[in-house]
Design a protein around this ligand. Structure first.
Ligand SMILES: NC(=O)c1ccc[n+]([C@@H]2O[C@H](COP(=O)([O-])OP(=O)(O)OC[C@H]3O[C@@H](n4cnc5c(N)ncnc54)[C@H](O)[C@@H]3O)[C@@H](O)[C@H]2O)c1
Length: 244
């Protein structure tokens, strides 16, 4: 028996990295998955991987910053699968700018994807979830939200802190039937961290980057009924790099 049997999960940014691994793991645990990514070809590749392992997946081209796209994403999910039980707000973008060098447009871009995207997608699923009196939303915050960023990226860190705080607000707003939690990964081995300096990784007590599977496992726990009394939690997954 799978840990997500009977559930339908939407994973934004599911075309690669943590989102892709999460989609594949969810399907393995019995969920039917919607892989939404602004890059359709990548979403399709994830869906094919799921189907190749005997799962069910729907690939959608979705820009999480576009309210109409997000509305279509949820409508397509309901049309194909009839319900939505889990939303993983995974789509996110990183920025290398300092406050001094950050163009206004870059600040806006980071906040549009990382914060507004979470707002739009959460709002779009809350109606159907509340109607069925069940649901789990998992947001991707970051270690950066708690530390200001290891390699000092103010727009990124501030956006992920907004995600953490919004997780708490939403957890209160959607209780008692819908649970809302977040994960705060440290340095995970995906395209996003390819240029992170090696000395940051060396400072991690567990001595290496995390694997996407290690984040997906935590997301799986928060999506499943095993975490049925947990809401408003921001879970560290950082190899001990920051402890609170
Ligand atoms: N990798 C890390 O070390 C790390 C650490 C902390 C938090 N995170 C967070 O985890 C999440 C996933 O990170 P990752 O490393 O897998 O990233 P990644 O760059 O490998 O993948 C991100 C995915 O999001 C998609 N995406 C970007 N903008 C989008 C948009 N507007 N609409 C829809 N899809 C969009 C991309 O196409 C891509 O498939 C992000 O929110 C990231 O901030 C990652």
């Amino acid at each position: 028996m799978g840990r997500l049997d009977g559930k339908v999960a939407v994973i934004t940014g599911g075309g690669q990295g943590i989102g892709r691994t999460t989609a594949v793991m969810f399907a393995w645990e019995g969920a039917r998955v919607v892989v939404a990514d602004m890059r359709l070809e990548m979403a399709r590749q994830t869906a094919q991987e799921v189907e190749g392992r005997g799962g069910e997946a729907l690939a959608l081209q979705t820009d999480v910053t576009d309210g109409e796209d997000v509305r279509r994403m949820v409508a397509a999910t309901l049309e194909r699968f009839g319900q939505v039980d889990v939303l993983v707000n995974n789509a996110g973008v990183f920025s290398v700018y300092s406050t001094e060098t950050c163009p206004e447009e870059e600040w806006d871009r980071i906040f549009r994807v990382n914060v507004k995207g979470v707002f739009l997608c959460s709002r779009a699923v809350m109606g159907p979830m509340r109607e069925r009196k069940t649901g789990a939303i998992i947001n991707l915050s970051s270690l950066a939200a708690k530390t200001g960023g290891l390699s000092a990226s103010p727009p990124y860190s501030a956006s992920k802190a907004a995600v953490a705080c919004y997780t708490w607000s939403l957890a209160k707003e959607l209780a008692p039937h819908v649970r809302v939690n977040a994960v705060a990964p440290g340095i995970i081995d995906t395209e996003m961290t390819q240029n992170h300096p090696a000395e940051l990784v060396a400072r991690t007590p567990l001595g290496r980057k995390g694997r996407p599977q290690e984040v997906a496992s935590a997301i799986l726990f928060l999506a499943s009924d095993e975490s049925s009394f947990i809401t408003g939690e921001i879970m560290n997954i950082n190899g001990g790099l920051f402890m609170d």
